[in-house]
Design a protein around this ligand. Structure first.
Ligand SMILES: [Zn+2]
Length: 192
């Protein structure tokens, strides 16, 4: 796959896909009303619109390594700004945090891999320290993936926009885990 393939993909999109959805794109030109904030890992194998069968305009997407959502702290923060925009301005009804099988970030943590060659990754993944501490069996990647999703739901609730929406009943939080080899999605139940 090269950038030339991407250019050809754009040509195919304009020729085959766009005309078939011309009405939708005309509407989207002046409307941005996604119903869901979807937070997933940056992993190339997780494709939110594909696995949820959604159309352009449906999902407001934030992707980070390990689908980590830092707990709220005042100050400029791209993840926090995107959350606030989706929840407070676009008024999404649902927020999904979607982890996935075979996550490189969670594997690195569960297996205590040496990340000294990737210091920014190492620093970012420190945000999952509590999840690592809670996952009893060392090396259990699936357990850490689940625990990590639940921890991000808790972190989300520390963001003022999310806290307000939750208090007013305007939004609901959901934890998912996507299984790459089967295409299944497991729904997690957050602790009350
Ligand atoms: Zn991942």
């Amino acid at each position: 796959m090269t950038v030339q393939d991407l250019t050809e993909g754009v040509a195919r999109f304009q020729r085959d896909v766009f005309p078939a959805k011309a009405e939708l794109f005309a509407h989207l030109a002046t409307h941005h009303t996604p119903h869901t904030l979807f937070i997933s890992c940056s992993d190339a194998r997780v494709v939110p619109e594909l696995i949820t069968g959604t159309e352009p305009g449906d999902l407001f997407v934030i992707r980070t390594a390990g689908n980590l959502v830092p707990a709220y702290t005042p100050g400029a923060d791209g993840v926090a700004a995107s959350i606030e925009y989706a929840v407070a301005v676009l008024a999404v009804r649902d927020v999904v945090v979607c982890g996935h099988s075979g996550c490189g970030a969670m594997t690195a943590l569960a297996q205590r891999q040496d990340l000294s060659a990737a210091p920014a990754v190492a620093d970012w993944l420190r945000l999952a320290d509590a999840s690592v501490a809670r996952t009893a069996a060392d090396g259990d990647v699936p357990a850490l993936v689940r625990q990590n999703v639940l921890a991000q739901l808790a972190n989300l609730a520390t963001h003022p926009s999310v806290a307000r929406a939750l208090a007013e009943g305007g939004t609901a939080l959901h934890g998912w885990v996507y299984d790459i080899p089967t295409g299944r999605v497991e729904h997690l139940t957050p602790a009350a």
